[in-house]
Ligand binder design. Structure first.
Ligand SMILES: Cc1ncc(C[n+]2csc(CCOP(=O)(O)OP(=O)(O)O)c2C)c(N)n1
Ligand SMILES: [Mg+2]
Length: 424
């Protein structure tokens, strides 16, 4: 039975290579899910400030990233951590470093703590300011917070490939383009397709005939607002039917898939991206039946606005559960093997979290201890209005279980003010 899928997915592979690929994807999907689960806990326990994750979109992101090649560009949104991991653009440890807002650019190379968390990007310059070879690496533009902010730059990125392919004088810029063979990969949520940027960009791409591949992750909600309240006919692919390319027209190609269908998505993205890359036809991938097991973000709980029926359906169509069923049905691996992979994935994510947290907090704890040493070393009686306020400040600082740099700096400032007041 598996042979049908194998032939569709990976034509030139032996079964053992195919199995390795599938199980590698299964493990990555679980690492990605654990990152979401653990990341949410890190926020809810106060160790990070905000979390918004790709849970429920793992399989689609892995299948999409399979087509992402050197020279290609991503301009996407906050759910993309699994895409970034699958493309080799972020490690699990780096994910947690950015979640904590680590300002060390070695540990958090995507944004060095200068951008909001879960906003991804890659570096285009070397430390000396020279260009990296962008055709020798996979690239991601920096994410923006407005939910369709990633759209306009997709036009620039995709249009560049068309220019590189069509203007002979540009052929010498080998580090920027390989004859225009690059594809600009976009991702967006279903609700954000209601933004003007989305429609303008899809129209412009359709007119210009540029290699733009747009994936819409359709989970039926924009936070608590259901899709039928903001998307005409409750379907972005229906809404864009008039944009569809016909024999002698410009336009886009539209593909539809389901977020839980691993073999289907692998095939769909392979076909669509090939078309975008070779023929410079823009593509819309409308990926439906997606779920959000942990809800929208750490700021809310979806149980408050999704019906019990919807929540039950989401559990059944969780892509990890569906992929597991597919693997066992096709006899690619046993349930015991899959259990072991899941356990491995959990440990990998936990270890990455612990390492990232220890690295991030080490210098903060050193600063805290040094401040306490300095303040206590003053050995003065620092009573103000009858209370030893400096002792209170250091006591409070010592009691913070996971201090952030702000706690140390603000304790230092407060102690300084007290010293000045008392000395005066
Ligand atoms: C322009 C803009 N409006 C509103 C928000 C607040 N906001 C953040 S995420 C979100 C919902 C987006 O839903 P969807 O596009 O379906 O993506 P999903 O989170 O469901 O994957 C909203 C309204 C924002 N960041 N930017
Ligand atoms: Mg949505």
């Amino acid at each position: 039975m598996f042979l049908t899928e194998q032939n569709i997915l990976y034509k030139d592979m032996t079964f053992s290579e195919f199995r390795k690929e599938v199980l590698g994807d299964y493990k990555l999907a679980h690492v990605g899910r654990q990152v979401s689960i653990i990341g949410r806990k890190e926020v809810l326990s106060g160790k990070a400030k905000f979390g918004i994750f790709g849970d429920g979109k793992e399989i689609a992101q892995i299948a999409f990233a399979k087509q992402f090649q050197n020279g290609d560009w991503r301009s996407g949104y906050y759910r993309d951590h699994i895409f970034m991991m699958a493309a080799g653009l972020i490690t699990t440890e780096e994910f947690f470093a950015q979640l904590y807002g680590d300002t060390d650019s070695q540990r958090n190379p995507g944004n060095g703590g200068r951008n909001f968390n879960n906003h991804f990007s890659t570096r285009t310059l070397n430390d000396d300011g020279s260009w990296k070879s962008l055709t020798a690496q996979k690239n991601s533009a920096a994410d923006l917070s407005p939910t369709a902010g990633q759209m306009p730059r997709l036009i620039g990125l995709a249009h560049a490939s068309k220019l590189f392919r069509n203007i002979p004088e540009l052929a010498r810029f080998k580090d920027l383009s390989n004859n225009g063979n690059e594809v600009a990969f976009g991702t967006i949520g279903d609700a954000s397709t209601s933004e003007g940027h989305f429609f303008e960009v899809m129209n412009a791409a359709a007119v210009m005939q540029i290699p733009l591949a747009m994936a819409v992750w359709d989970d039926g909600y924009g936070i608590s607002v259901p899709r039928d309240m903001q998307t005409v006919k409750s379907s972005i692919s229906e809404a864009l039917k008039g944009f569809e390319k016909e024999a002698e027209t410009n336009g886009i190609k539209i593909y539809k898939g389901n977020g839980w269908d691993y073999p289907g998505l692998c095939k769909l993205f392979a076909e669509g991206i090939k078309t975008a890359r070779e023929e410079h036809i823009p593509i819309l991938f409308h990926i439906e039946e997606m779920v959000q097991p942990l809800g929208h973000s750490t700021s809310g709980s979806h149980e408050r606005y999704k019906s019990p029926e919807r929540l039950t359906w989401e559990q059944e169509y969780d892509p990890l559960i569906q992929m597991r069923q597919w693997i066992t049905e096709k006899e690619i691996a046993t349930t015991a093997e899959l259990d072991a992979i899941e356990e491995d994935a959990r440990n990998e994510a936990l270890n990455a979290k612990t390492k990232a947290w220890n690295d991030y907090t080490q210098s903060i704890l050193e600063d805290r201890d040094s401040l306490i040493r300095v303040v206590e070393g003053k050995n003065c009686i620092c009573k103000h209005e009858g209370i030893d306020k400096i002792a209170v400040i250091t006591k409070n600082l010592k009691q913070i279980k996971n201090p952030i740099r702000k706690d140390v700096i603000s304790s230092a400032k407060k102690s300084f003010v007290m010293f000045v007041m008392i000395v005066r």
